[in-house]
Design a protein around this ligand. Sequence first.
Ligand SMILES: [Zn+2]
Length: 345
Amino acid sequence: MKKIFIPLLAISLLLSCVTTQVNNEVNKEKQNPKEIGFLSAFKEIKLEDLKQNLTVIASDEMEGRDTGSRGQKKAGEYMIRFYKNLGISFPKSLGSYYQKVPASYMQQKGGSNLPDSENILAFIEGSEKPEEIIVISAHYDHVGTQNNVVYNGADDDGSGTVAVMQIAKAFQTAKKAGNGPKRSILFLHVTGEEHGLFGSEYYSDHPVFPLGNTVADLNIDMIGRDDPENRGKNYVYVIGSEMLSSQLKTIIEEANIKINNLELNYKYDDPNDPEKLYYRSDHYNFAKHNIPVAFFFDGIHEDYHEPTDDVEKIDFPLLQKRTQLIFATAWELANRKERIVVDKK
Ligand SMILES: [Zn+2]
């Protein structure tokens, strides 16, 4: 009897344990369907997808994606096919995924001899506050081909490009499951960054949605590598998140605790830092219009602006974790009750 009794007791304990767990899950679901929606969308930030897209975006076929070049246009067509296949459209008023950035505009800003180029915009409309916009941006141009050597720009900024695409996929998955974002999200792939942030400046001069309704810009420029100071660490530099809103940094930190718990490095988070990174990527063209920004960045490494910035050197698990952090931040910005405040100048 005893011999049987003990396993029976164990089984009944185990069963009650399993039942409690399942009940907890069910209760959780009843209590917080949004949270369940978040978790299933979060799973869409898949390493294999990031790798598949970056292998194309940073391939020799794209010829280093110089502004207005044939290779950049090919990369743009690939991105648009990706959005079309997912059923993610463009802002209605634009009539297509393209916002033309004319050669004359770039010339006037000091970018001589650049041909016409395009920003690429994909858009998911919010369910409750569609007029309020969260921008997630990354530049898809790079420095092209020099002396027959292709500068593939896998990290700069192929990594940001595929992160934006994957975040869009995750939001679209949530939307299809009835958990679409309350605010609208603009996935903004800008051109002309390497020549002087022209695509984002053009957007901010010719905004598709009023800048006053633009809640925040999360800008991604190089998130697929590590720098010598942080070799092997799970980290990301976050820049600018405290400059205009007292809330954005906290939201990023809470999102980070909820998921991967990366080390958030604020070394460059100072407009007076000698590297002046606050001014050096596309978020600045939103910040100068008093729109809160956060810039996600991996640091200056040995392949920065070298022909060796290749897909083989990308740390995909790290790229995935950083993309997940930015997705979780965007999720909160898009779904929280009140839009974040601008309370600093
Ligand atoms: Zn860049």
